[in-house]
Write a protein that binds this ligand. Structure first.
Ligand code: NAP
Length: 310
C-alpha cells in the first residue's frame, strides 16, 4: 500500500477504488488543508490530482518526499510544473483519450454560436416566435477556421472542419511538421483571415491574454471566437468590450478567467454561448481518463515509472 495524497475529488467510483488499493488521504476533507500539509506533508510520495485542482508551488513545498504527480486531464496550468521539474518530480496527465470529445464540443459550440441554436431555443421557449420571426444566422460550411494551438485537440478540430469544407489555418510557436494545413506565424493575421477563431492551446503564463483587443479587432465584426482552451488565454474584459461594441460577432466559451464565476455582462448577452467547462465531460471519456490516471498511479507504484509523463 502506498501513501497517496489526493488533492480534490473525482467520481465516487474512482475515489473508492483508489482508496481500496492504496492508503489515500483526501486533502479536501481536512479541516485546514494547509495546516495538515505543514504537519503531515512529509509522509506522501505520490499526489493524485486533476487539471482543476492542480498542485500549487506552496503545496509542493510542504511535500518534501514527493516523487510523482499523477493528474486527471491534459491541462497542467494549475500544477507547479517548473518546481516539479527543478526537483526532478515527473508529472503525468491523461492525453489522447479526451481529444475527440473536446474537438466534438468545439465543433458543436461553433455551429451553435454561428447558427444561433441555443438562442433560437430560448426564442421558442419564451413564446417570442408567436410575435416575430427569428433573425438570420451565419453560415458554417465553407467558412474559414483559424486554430490557435495545433496539438492533439487543434488537429482533431481541423479534421472535423474538413467535413464542413472549411479551409483551416493555424497558429502555434512552431509549424507542425508534414501538416497539410497552413501555419500562420502572426496571430493577428490569422484572426484577420478567419471567420471562426478556435482556441486550443494550453493556459498558463506563456499564453496569458494572448487573445487581446488587437486580436479581437482583427477578427472583426463578422468573426466569432470559440474557446475550449483556458479562460486565461483571453483578456476577458477586452472580450466583453469587443462583444458589447460589436467589434466581433459573438463568442462560444467553455472556459473562463475565474471559474465558476462568469461575468454578469457575458450572461446578459445573446450572442455568446456559455458552457460550464465540459470539454471532456462525457461518461465514456471521463471513464477513460480515470482509467489512465489509475494506470499511471499503478505503474509508478510498481515500477517507479509513469505511463504518460509530460
Ligand atoms: P497539446 O497536444 O500539447 O497541444 C498544444 C498546442 O498549443 C501545440 O500546438 C503548441 O504548439 C501550442 N502552443 C503552446 N504554447 C503556445 C503559445 N504560447 N502560443 C501559441 N501556441 C502555443 O495539447 P492538447 O491536448 O491539444 O490540449 C490543448 C489544451 O486544451 C490543454 O492544454 C487544455 O488547456 C485545453 N483543454 C481544455 C479542455 C476543456 O474541457 N475545455 C479539455 C482538455 C484540454 P507550440 O508548442 O509549437 O507552440
Amino acid at each position: 500500500m502506498s501513501k497517496i495524497l489526493q488533492i480534490g475529488p473525482l467520481s465516487e467510483n474512482f475515489n473508492q477504488a483508489l482508496a481500496a488499493e492504496h492508503q489515500v488521504t483526501a486533502l479536501w476533507q481536512q479541516a485546514d488543508p494547509q495546516a495538515f500539509l505543514r504537519e503531515q506533508g512529509a509522509q506522501f510520495e505520490l499526489v493524485a490530482t486533476s487539471a482543476r485542482f492542480g498542485l500549487s508551488a506552496g503545496q509542493m513545498e510542504l511535500l518534501p518526499s514527493l516523487k510523482a504527480i499523477c493528474s486527471f486531464g491534459v491541462g497542467y496550468d494549475a500544477i507547479a510544473v517548473e518546481q516539479a521539474r527543478d526537483r526532478g518530480i515527473p508529472v503525468s496527465t491523461t492525453p489522447d483519450v479526451l481529444t475527440d470529445c473536446v474537438a466534438d464540443l468545439a465543433m458543436g459550440m461553433l455551429i451553435d454560436i454561428a447558427r444561433r441554436i441555443a438562442e433560437s431555443d430560448r426564442f421558442v421557449r419564451s413564446g417570442d416566435w408567436e410575435k416575430r420571426g427569428f433573425p438570420l444566422a451565419m453560415r458554417v460550411s465553407g467558412m474559414r477556421m483559424g486554430i490557435v494551438g495545433f496539438g492533439s485537440i487543434g488537429q482533431a478540430i481541423a479534421r472535423r472542419a474538413g467535413g464542413f469544407d472549411m479551409p483551416v489555418r493555424y497558429h502555434s510557436r512552431r509549424p507542425v511538421a508534414d501538416s497539410p494545413y497552413t501555419h500562420e506565424a502572426d496571430l493577428q493575421e490569422l484572426a484577420r483571415w478567419a471567420d471562426f477563431l478556435v482556441l486550443a492551446c494550453p493556459g498558463g503564463d506563456a499564453t496569458r491574454n494572448l487573445i487581446n483587443a488587437p486580436v479581437l479587432k482583427a477578427l472583426g465584426h463578422k468573426g466569432y471566437l470559440i474557446n475550449i482552451a483556458r479562460g486565461s488565454v483571453v483578456d476577458e474584459p477586452a472580450l466583453i468590450d469587443a462583444l458589447q461594441q460589436h467589434v466581433i460577432a459573438g463568442a462560444a466559451l467553455d472556459v473562463f478567467a475565474h471559474e465558476p464565476k462568469v461575468p454578469q455582462a457575458l450572461r446578459e448577452m445573446n450572442n455568446v454561448l456559455l458552457l460550464p467547462h465540459v470539454g471532456s465531460a462525457t461518461v465514456q471519456t471521463r471513464q477513460q481518463m480515470e482509467d489512465l490516471l489509475t494506470a499511471n498511479i499503478k505503474a509508478f507504484v510498481e515500477s517507479g515509472k509513469l505511463l504518460t509523463p509530460l
